[in-house]
Design a protein around this ligand. Structure first.
Ligand code: FEO
Ligand code: CA
Ligand code: CA
Length: 656
């Protein structure tokens, strides 16, 4: 979900003062915004975009600002170029195919997707909207020896206004009770069985594993220290343990025991209404940016009206664990991992067998966390680890200027986390994890997104997407630019590979933006080409060779970078450390989410989220209404729709 669409107007961390520098100021005097839009779009048009195949291949045309390097990249593909157009682009030695789109069938009885006559009942039987995280779980081979797997996919949000193919971004519409129900059915999760034949995966559309989890109908249990707490009780759930659905499912992770963690990020967007300033929850809700009144669900469902149900928001903002192998299983909200705008939850096994889960709170001036289980991982399987995530310690990061992070425990009764500061139990520390981290003195970060450990190296990569409200005098060692329009990536080096360590060394790997523009204050390896740098890093993925891949989510900031979002390989070791290389580019309007490799590294799945053609782009195409630009169908009767894309090397072999 992009910065512009889904993040509140102002950061909600009261411990930080922010500046008000605009993007125009960041860009300095060199470009007016209008001129930059025009030149970026004109370049895209001039590059000959026009095929209806939906994908164009290209070789790199950029020159290396730092000259030739004799070091050999670990990434073996031909780089593509930056640019803005309505197609997706893949390195020419690879090929990309759409695997599944919003509205595609998941069951034998799924109704055909009819965007002008969509219903909530139909949507519950179809692939959801705005795919984000993709988890991969290998299954036993099929009868003919073919590879089989489950994909575990998040559906972050829904834009019912865009269901009609004639509507695009920003068109006003009347929101109805039925549309509210369709949105509830379009978000959540999909479990999808896929099978590979001749190197290509296809959806098994009648698999017994296929499942939709929706905010309209799926019961979810609350588990861990906050389960049953008074502040989780509502008129419909007096036990505080039973919730229908999950919200804002952004990134996630797969556990070593084969379950799927899905993260509740932008849950405040679903809440409306008003709460009296003196209400006991008022300050808590303000700290989480509630209510945004962005969605209008509260008009039709009192659950989402904070005046009617002041505890309902406390039931969202958690990490949810799902067993994809059991379609009858009940998802569980694991409250021990804290409540915030969870971007992702990638886990790794520590040297003593405890599990460490890395997590970002995607808000300007919010924090980086890790959770360390009390118990040890048991390789016996999922039953042996069933409730491992219910017991452990949540830590928040304080970055020192000495190059070390201290991990501060969010434990009731320790330090300032006592009744004197309004915390009466561990449940309250977790429900108000942001405020607990505030009083501990954690370091406010520039929107921590996905946090990707690499088990083989003991290193962890923190994607920080941007923070244009950080004032110049509020820059610090770990967030060195104020304002920060282009984001950066921090590397954590866990001592001797001990992911559970309470002190961790850190460095900045790259600073996003164009290294050839001094105003960007970007920093990349000099071997990076004119296409190899990226801005607003969001998701990280690791392939079986232990290489890091990074996706971007710039929102409207594509006008600053001159390129749509995409996926880059980023070198982390050796003389090319800090060099990026562009591999895949999204169609205009979309962010690139969910990068995930198959276990053998021969397929890379990516989720193209919220494609859509902005009005400025249509205006740059003489004679076009925009109706023929609807990725990936390019059919005027279909809306632009999110889809999962599979990528493989031409002729087979490892991707990248
Ligand atoms: Fe949903 Fe922070 O991206
Ligand atoms: Ca994201
Ligand atoms: Ca990741």
């Amino acid at each position: 979900m992009t910065d512009s669409e889904n993040h509140q107007e102002a950061p909600s961390n009261p411990t930080v003062e922010s500046g008000a520098t605009t993007l125009e100021q960041i860009m300095g005097q060199r470009y007016s915004r209008r001129r930059f839009v025009k030149s970026a779009l004109a370049a895209a048009v001039a590059s000959g975009a026009g095929s209806l195949a939906g994908c164009q291949e290209q070789g790199a045309g950029g020159s290396s600002p730092g000259g030739e390097s004799s070091a050999v990249s670990r990434f073996d593909f031909t780089e593509i170029e930056h640019g803005i157009d309505e197609f997706h682009h893949i390195a020419p030695d690879h090929e990309a195919d759409v695997l599944i789109r919003w509205g595609d069938p998941l069951f034998a009885d799924s109704p055909r997707f009819d965007p002008r006559n969509q219903s909530a009942a139909a949507q519950e039987r179809q692939f959801g909207c705005n795919n984000d995280y993709i988890g991969f779980l290998q299954l036993e081979p099929g009868a003919a020896g073919e590879a089989r797997a489950l994909l575990c996919i998040n559906h972050e949000t829904a834009y019912i206004a865009r269901m009609d193919p004639e509507l695009e971004w920003g068109v006003p519409f009347i929101f109805t009770a039925e549309q509210c129900e369709i949105e509830k059915a379009a978000i959540g999760n999909s479990i999808v069985e896929v099978v590979r034949q001749d190197g290509r995966w296809s959806v098994v559309s009648d698999s017994a594993y296929n499942r939709r989890i929706t905010t309209r109908s799926t019961p979810v249990l609350v588990s861990g220290p906050a389960a049953g707490h008074a502040r989780l009780k509502t008129s419909k759930d007096p036990d505080g343990r039973n919730i229908i659905g999950t919200l804002g499912n952004c990134a996630g992770g797969m556990t070593p025991w084969g379950t799927y963690l899905t993260c509740e990020e932008n849950f405040p967007d679903y809440f409306g209404g008003n709460l009296a300033a003196e209400h006991p929850e008022a300050e808590n809700h303000r700290r989480y940016g509630l209510p945004t009144n962005l969605k209008q669900w509260g008009r039709f469902d009192s659950r989402f009206d904070i005046g009617a149900e002041p505890h309902e928001p406390n039931r969202f903002g958690w990490v949810v664990e799902i067993d994809p192998l059991n379609p009858a299983s009940t998802p569980k909200k694991r409250t021990a991992l804290g409540r915030f705008k969870h971007e992702g939850a990638e886990s790794v096994i520590g040297p003593d067998g405890r599990i460490v889960v890395y997590m970002g709170d995607d808000e300007r001036f919010d924090y980086l966390y890790k959770f360390v289980t009390a118990g040890r991982y048991d390789p016996a399987g999922k039953e042996a680890n069933r409730d491992l995530l219910d017991d452990g310690v949540l830590y928040v990061a304080r970055f020192g200027t000495d190059g070390w992070v201290d991990w501060l425990p969010l434990v009731f009764g320790q330090g300032p986390l006592t009744a004197a500061n309004g915390f009466n139990s561990q449940a309250e520390v977790l429900i108000e994890a942001r405020r607990a981290a505030d009083v501990l003195g954690a370091t406010p970060m520039d929107r921590p997104e996905d946090v990707q450990p690499i088990a083989a190296t003991g290193k962890v990569y923190v994607m920080l997407s941007n923070n244009t409200t950080r004032a110049a005098d509020a820059a610090d060692a770990a967030n060195p630019r104020g304002p920060n329009a282009f984001g950066h990536i921090i590397e954590l080096i866990e001592p001797e590979g001990n992911f559970a360590a309470l002190r961790t060394r850190w460095e900045i790997l790259v600073r996003g933006g164009n290294p050839a523009e001094s105003a960007h204050q970007a920093s990349w390896n000099p071997a990076t080409t004119a296409n190899g740098w990226l801005a607003s890093p969001d998701n990280g993925a690791v392939d079986p060779q232990g290489r890091l891949w990074v996706s971007s989510d710039q929102g409207e900031k594509i006008l600053l970078s001159g390129t749509c979002d995409g996926l880059w390989g980023v070198e982390t070791e050796g003389p090319l450390r800090g060099m990026g290389k562009m591999f895949f580019r999204c169609p205009v309007g979309a962010e690139l989410t969910g990068p995930q490799f198959s276990d053998d590294g021969e397929t890379l799945f990516v989720a193209v989220q919220h494609p859509g053609v902005p009005a400025e782009y249509v205006a740059s195409k003489p004679g076009s209404s925009g109706a023929d630009m609807h990725w990936p169908d390019f059919d005027k009767n279909m809306p632009s729709r999110s889809a999962v894309v599979q990528i493989r090397r031409k002729g087979g072999g490892r991707v990248g």
